[in-house]
Each structure stands twice: as structure tokens, then as C-alpha cells.
Design a protein around this ligand. Structure first.
Ligand code: FES
Length: 77
């Protein structure tokens, strides 16, 4: 099943197969280096819109979960 996973204190993990394109505000396609891929959620990536791992260096912390307080899992799971 195609899935976009919000990673705890990290990026959006886009695991939707080959049938997805990522376009900018002009409709121009980004080259997707690998699949699945991750999109920056913290705003600190130097490779936007992709995540480059900087979120861990800047201490990005996101509080939202689909069900607030529903048993957080360790980051990366
Ligand atoms: S979420 Fe990874 S660099 Fe922003």
C-alpha cells in the first residue's frame, strides 16, 4: 500500500512506488534520487525538498502524532 509516513522528529518518508512525481510550484519535476525517499519537514535541509539528515543535528522536535499521546515509538521505527 502506498504510504507517506511521518517519522518521529524527522522527515516524511514517501513510499509510494514509481507512480509518483514530485513537482515544484511551477509544475516542474524534481529528479528523485532513490525510492522510497524522504521530504524535509524541519526546514533545515540543504537539499530541499529532500531530507539530508540535518534534522538530527538541529534537534528538530515535532509534537504531533496521528493519535496524540498514543504511545510514542523510538525515532526511526
Ligand atoms: S527533516 Fe531531515 S533535514 Fe529536515
Amino acid at each position: 500500500m502506498p504510504t507517506i509516513k511521518v517519522r518521529q522528529n524527522g522527515p516524511y518518508l514517501v513510499d509510494v512506488g514509481a507512480d509518483v512525481t514530485l513537482v515544484d510550484w511551477n509544475g516542474q519535476e524534481y529528479a528523485i534520487p532513490k525510492r522510497p525517499f524522504t521530504l524535509c519537514r524541519c526546514g533545515a535541509s540543504t537539499n530541499k525538498p529532500f531530507c539530508d539528515g540535518t534534522h538530527s543535528k538541529v534537534g528538530f522536535a515535532a509534537a504531533e502524532a496521528a493519535v496524540p499521546g498514543a504511545g510514542d515509538k523510538p525515532a526511526g521505527t
